[in-house]
Write a protein that binds this ligand. Structure first.
Ligand SMILES: [Zn+2]
Length: 124
């Protein structure tokens, strides 16, 4: 089946659900952040739709805007010893980065597929 035989899947829906950008049913990831080689439902080859480092840059900026105010608030309001910052913030940043990176990466893959599907899907 080519991409024209599937109902269009909104990139936001495919991205937030971490689903295939063509059929909207197959899982995009085969691991935590590893994109599967192809869709298990429609067979779409994901390899041309590489998001590169783009999602990581977006997530870094978003995380910085989210976490830094809390770091300053904690420091100014409670003035804890430095080891408290060392214990709290690395796990918070790591968990939030993974939580945000999955849909961000899936969204960029879905946008890449939507805008360049004619190049990779159907041959036109
Ligand atoms: Zn699919």
């Amino acid at each position: 089946m080519t991409g024209d035989e599937y109902a269009p899947v909104p990139p936001l829906k495919a991205g937030l659900g971490c689903r295939c950008p063509r059929c909207g049913r197959g899982r995009l990831y085969s691991g935590l952040l590893t994109v599967a080689p192809k869709c298990s439902e429609c067979g779409l080859d994901y390899s041309p739709h590489d998001s590169g480092d783009g999602p990581a840059v977006f997530v870094m900026f978003i995380l910085c805007a989210l976490v830094i105010p809390f770091v300053f608030w904690l420091e100014l309001a409670l003035t804890p010893p430095y080891w408290v910052h060392v214990v709290i913030w690395p796990p918070v940043v790591l968990i939030l980065a993974i939580v945000l990176l999955r849909p961000a990466k899936a969204l960029l893959v879905a946008l890449h597929y939507k805008n360049l599907r004619h190049k990779y899907d159907g041959g036109n």
